[in-house]
Design a protein around this ligand. Sequence first.
Ligand code: SF4
Length: 436
Amino acid sequence: MKTKGLKKDKVNVVTLGCSKNLVDSEVMMTQLRGNNIDVTHESDKDDSNIIIVNTCGFIDNAKQESIDTILRYADAKMDGQIDKLYVTGCLSQRYKDDLEKEIPQVDAYFGTMELPLLLKKFKADYKHELVGERIITTANHYAYMKIAEGCDRPCSFCAIPLMRGKHVSRPIEELVKEAKNLARNGVKELLLIAQDSTYYGLDIYKKRNLADLLRNLSDVEGIEWIRLHYAFPTGFPEDILDVMAERDNICNYLDMPLQHGSTNMLKLMRRGTTREKQEALIERIREKVPGIALRTTLIAGHAGETEEDFQQMMDFVEKTRFDRLGVFPYSHEENTHAFSFKDDVPEEVKQERTDAVMELQTAISQELNEAKIGKSFKVLVDRKEGGYFIGRTEHDSPEVDNEVLIDATKQYARIGDFVQVEITDATEFDLYGTIE
Ligand code: SF4
């Protein structure tokens, strides 16, 4: 790292947690650069003298990772390797007072909505004219787009509303402007994210307006894939399915965290739905958008979960055959509604149940992938690695879903290009193929 005070300031932003936090880091970097401040993202070059850690405060593991990262840079500061250390994001929003006491080496802590205050530390101003512009830290050909902030839902286990506040949708015009800027800079795939994307518009348009947003974004020239994440089952705006079916550049893909498959648990989790309603919704989605890939997220071992509830979740996973699935052990989070329950499922049982769901899903994923052998898919090439060009179909989101591997010793593909690929082999989470 640069030794103290010799060269012009350079900021290195380190992002932890989810894609929504990544967008916050990108917005922060855009504002810093807009104020002529040299900034980089997760650079491993030791040339930055100022570090900003954008933390995650969602569940225990994530909190621990954030604390470890802060401590690592606090040590670097004590060793004189960096001049300044700032911390922002969800952990800082949630535990600012404790962190200030426990890790005083940090120059300042900021909440999730305090970017203008952070900029002041650099004698910089928040530039409204930069709204809709964004430096992206992902590959140049895809970008996350945060369509709303915060959440109005009462899910028992979730601390996000404590850290991100109430749901606030961004106006369609602003999002279209951002999409045009991103497309101008080479972005072909937009990943729409929010805490609850299906709540979009209820605040500013007094109606669920995601379908309208999708149509407007779908009209943006150069955007070839639009992918929808973080849908919520209750009050699901089914008019988006018509837009998905009518527009080729909206991926036949839907990420909809459902959290559980037992009605008793869905009630305890305050999800406002039942197993039967979830199954009926999934059936309608698959009817209206044939071949759609469904991704979900589940929690195992929530306070109050019985063996019977767990068996119902296993049965739900077996019967629904999700294309993509993530499952996490329950984390007993203070100040959430569920914190008032007894955390009565032992940690090892939480992990056993998590592993059992994943084992079941792995077998399902293997079968679904094998059924793709001999079929042809449009693939977006993301990178080259280990002798392969690696890409994704419209059924796969970056970082979390399956990938398509093309033998780079035999064929060439340009990163950021779409290629047509015939699938020749499959494993539980990857496909192998040749360019047609
Ligand atoms: S929808 Fe529920 S789980 Fe998702 S962010 Fe909101 S409160 Fe948390």
